[in-house]
Design a protein around this ligand. Structure first.
Ligand code: HEM
Length: 422
């Protein structure tokens, strides 16, 4: 490997125009277990390992005992961001930053509400919501599809599933945007906007959880506050107040931020390929494969980190207990060892073993929901729109963690009167 090649994957600007494909490709080819040295952007000023090949990322994700989401070795903090989060506050407490067995038992409480069966029940409600958003966007003709459609449907869906009043949903989204964006700060730092949003959200969350304790309903927050874990969850009984609050935050962030970016990335790709749009309009049976390709293409969660719990050999090197290991889902999704012609957006790609939802014990709990949301938007737009056309500057978020969009203006062109009958 060329000594001069020392990419800084902790620099959010590297991801400003989309995935840094050339860098990931070189790492996959030349240095699949890359020892990333700290730069001025790197939180904690510490080195970390980068896994970029599909096979290696999948290996680490499947081996949760060896690669912990909470922490490992002598390290005090941990979690799934490159920066160490304090143990007992986020690492080990926030649901996706916990290890089994506790993680497993909490997950069992949450799974039913997001199962295909439950989603079949709310599909009609979501389809109605989607129709209203699309009709309004079509009436305008020129639409910021990110704001008006792609962000709105997941936000309405997660508010409904959690049992949060719809009129509060934009407050939740503002919090998620402020916290997850690196627009005004770097990874590992905070900003005034993020701190203020965090404080307002904490007050809101405490109030809503208290309401659910007093008046349970058929929603995820009620499940969380009334959960009674078995002793094997260590400890059994209810989730701690902090666990409940952090889970609330996680569901808002995960439910609102990721799906919208997959919808936006997919629509942008389809806008550039009118022949694919026409093919989908003619054959809706192609939608499920197209949805998977939107997910791969967007790779909206760019990475998650783990901490090695013991020394482990890979590619002739030793990852030491306590070392940080970063699983670059986005790179794995473009690994030419697994995906033929990976830089081609292919609505017929099959198989499509993308890792956009992760893998193993932390596999995305919202995967079914996200798939339904993307499918509803695609299907609804295909019904109404003959052509998607650019209508202005696309704005991306600045982040090496979430591949996101802020604005995606498009003209939604309905078929000319009479065209559909021909
Ligand atoms: C396209 C949309 C989505 C993408 C790309 C995505 C991506 C991911 C990924 C990569 C993970 C694994 C994290 C890890 O291994 O450390 C994950 C976990 C998770 N996701 Fe999603 N997600 C999406 C939508 C959603 C939605 C809509 C929800 C809402 C319920 C959600 C809730 C969760 C939760 C709760 C976890 C933690 C699971 C666990 O630790 O057991 N996600 N997601």
């Amino acid at each position: 490997m060329d000594d001069d090649f020392d990419p800084d994957l902790t620099d959010p600007d590297l991801f400003g125009d989309g995935p840094p494909h050339e860098i990931f490709q070189r790492l996959r080819d030349e240095d699949p277990l890359h020892g990333h040295q700290p730069t001025s952007n790197t939180p904690d000023g510490e080195p970390y390992w980068s896994l970029t090949r599909h096979e290696d990322v999948a290996w680490a994700a499947r081996n949760a005992d060896l690669f912990s989401s909470a922490g490992g070795g002598d390290r005090e903090g941990g979690g799934t961001l490159i920066e160490d989060l304090p143990a007992g506050f986020a690492a080990g407490v926030l649901f996706n930053m916990q290890d089994d067995p506790r993680h497993h038992h909490i997950r069992r409480q949450l799974t039913p509400a997001l199962s295909p069966r439950s989603l079949r029940r709310i599909r009609t409600e979501l389809a109605g919501r989607c129709d209203r958003l699309l009709d309004a966007a079509l009436e305008r003709g020129r639409s910021d599809v990110l704001v008006e459609v792609a962000a709105e449907l997941p936000l309405q869906a997660i508010s409904s599933l959690m049992g949060v009043p719809q009129e509060d949903r934009h407050f939740l989204l503002d919090w998620a945007d402020a916290t997850l964006d690196y627009d005004d700060h770097n990874p590992g730092e905070t900003s005034r906007r993020a701190s203020e949003a965090g404080a307002a959200m904490a007050t809101y969350c405490t109030r809503v959880l208290a309401e659910k304790r007093a008046c349970p309903a058929d929603d995820i927050l009620s499940t969380i506050v009334h959960a009674d874990l078995p002793p094997e969850a260590e400890p059994g009984g209810p989730l701690s107040d902090l666990e409940q609050e952090m889970l609330f935050h996680l569901l808002v962030a995960a439910g609102s931020e990721t799906t919208r970016n997959s919808i936006a990335a997919g629509l942008l790709a389809l806008m550039e390929r009118p022949e694919d749009w026409a093919a989908l309009r003619a054959d809706r049976g192609l939608i499920p494969d197209a949805v998977e390709e939107c997910l791969r293409w967007a790779s909206s969660t760019i990475y998650n980190r783990r901490t090695a719990t013991a020394d482990v050999e890979r590619h002739g090197r030793t990852i030491g207990a306590g070392d940080k290991v970063v699983l670059w889902w986005q790179s794995a999704n473009f690994d030419e060892r697994v995906f033929p012609d990976p830089h081609r957006f292919d609505i017929r790609r099959r198989p499509n073993p993308h890792l956009s939802f992760g893998l193993g014990s932390h596999f995305c709990l919202g995967a079914n929901l996200a798939r339904v949301e993307i499918e509803l938007v695609l299907d609804g737009l295909l019904d109404r729109v003959e052509r998607l056309e650019p209508a202005g500057q696309v704005e991306r978020t600045r982040s090496n963690k979430h591949a996101g969009f802020r604005h995606v203006p498009m003209w939604l062109r309905p078929p000319e009167a009479g065209d559909e009958d021909e």
